[in-house]
Design a protein around this ligand. Structure first.
Ligand code: HSE
Length: 412
């Protein structure tokens, strides 16, 4: 059996080297006589690379080669990955991808095309890197009614927040370190603005609840505005700040999906997930809470998930994986304004006493938080559970203070 890789970057080259390193047992587990890499599609050339001779720049060679039965897509981005994956599936080839942008945007459609062409479309590596999570949700936990899923799905932001919490670095200092370590891109927006985590929670929500969740329907907030003052108030409160992606099935069968920084209590299993690690908590009616933890990024952890999918494709050339992933109707994702939580709010005011009177009038009783060395006029408090809509209505009533920071409080 022949395999092609599209995209010879960090993950693609990890896949090639893992296929070689563990070749013997991969072939054995694939239930095939052989498993060989035939092409690597990339616009670049790789002089001196052991697979230099396999590198091509013309996709047609892959799609027109009947010997290639499995295509691995590790290009990233939506275009031309979408067109190449679509064409590969239509040509009767199974496709394995690590591309969360592709799966979040087009997962439902590509699974349908795969089914129509009697091939597989697998994407274990698209969420959580090497952490098994797609299969556990769709197979191992299939007997459960899952009503909630939440997690730390982005390693780069978790690394930045860990450095802020443990080493007192500012956001800018920690981002620079993340870039130096090769975690954050030069343009770090996809990570620090929450888009990467958003795509991943959309995929998980579709698997848990059966309908496609489009990333642009999800309220998404990143970590750029988090300061060391907020980190300290979280510590005083008894927790840490994490970028949490969450999805919950509502009673009316719509879903609430959100990505935002959140206060997480120290005793939560998510609080101790540090550095570039990811963790995903799944709440099922039979299992209760189950947490998946591990390396959410990196060449070999992600290649581990990709190659496992390749093996699965090879073993099931005639049996198709079923994910129960349907398209969704407008309004399936509830407005974030209906979501309820307590909020941590940090404010500054010249007339703090007057501002506090306004706060009590708007929010009723609140729990005040204090920190050492707070500048004059700064105060912070935690509200009762209210909706985002109520928050948006109440905040403007505090005319004597500026809201510097508003962070949701989770109950995981
Ligand atoms: N940039 C991503 C992260 C890589 O930091 O988690 C894996 O999707």
């Amino acid at each position: 059996m022949y395999v092609a890789i599209m995209g010879y970057g960090v993950v693609g080259s990890g896949v090639a080297s893992l296929l070689k390193k563990n070749h013997e047992h991969i072939v054995k587990k694939s239930l095939q006589d052989a498993m060989e890499l035939k092409y690597i599609l990339d616009r670049r050339t790789f002089p001196g690379d052991p697979y230099e001779h396999l590198v091509i720049s013309d996709f047609a060679k892959i799609v027109e080669d009947d010997e290639v039965k499995i295509v691995v897509e590790t290009m990233g981005g939506l275009h031309p990955a979408y067109e190449y994956v679509l064409a590969s599936l239509k040509a009767g080839k199974s496709v394995v991808t690590s591309n969360k942008e592709l799966v979040a945007a087009k997962g439902c459609e590509l699974l349908k095309v795969a089914e129509e062409n009697d091939v597989n479309f697998l994407f274990e590596a698209s969420v959580g890197g090497g952490i098994p999570i797609i299969r556990p949700i769709s197979q191992c936990l299939a007997a459960n009614d899952i009503d909630e899923i939440a997690g730390i799905l982005n390693g780069t932001t978790n690394f930045i927040l860990t450095k802020m919490i443990s080493d007192g670095m500012t956001f800018d200092e920690a981002l620079l370190l993340a870039q130096r370590n090769g975690y954050a891109e030069r343009d770090p927006s996809a990570d620090v603005d929450g888009f990467d985590a958003c795509r991943k929670i959309c995929i998980l929500a579709a698997l848990c609840f059966g309908k496609h969740v489009y990333p642009d329907s999800v309220y998404t907030e990143g970590i750029r505005k988090i300061t060391l003052a907020d980190v300290e108030y979280a510590r005083v409160w008894g927790g840490v700040i994490k970028l949490i992606a969450r999805a919950k099935l509502l009673e009316d069968n719509r879903v609430a999906v959100m990505v935002s920084p959140a206060f997480v209590q120290n005793h939560s299993q998510l609080a101790s997930v540090d550095d570039v690690f990811n963790a995903i908590l799944v709440r099922g009616d039979a299992i209760g809470d189950v947490v998946f933890y591990g390396k959410g990024a990196g060449a070999m952890p992600t290649a581990s998930a990709v190659v496992a999918d390749v093996i699965d494709c090879a073993r099931h050339m005639t049996g198709k994986k079923f994910f129960g992933w349907q398209d969704s109707e407008d309004g399936y994702v509830a407005s974030y304004l209906d979501t309820k939580s307590s909020f941590y709010i940090r404010m500054t005011a010249e007339n703090a006493a007057g501002a506090l009177v306004q706060i009590n009038k708007a929010f009723g009783e609140v729990s005040m938080l204090t920190r050492a060395d707070a500048p004059d006029g700064e105060f912070a408090f935690v509200t009762d559970v209210i909706s985002e809509k109520e928050l948006a209505e109440k905040l403007p009533a505090i005319s004597l203070a500026n809201a510097e920071s508003v962070i949701r409080i989770t109950d995981y």
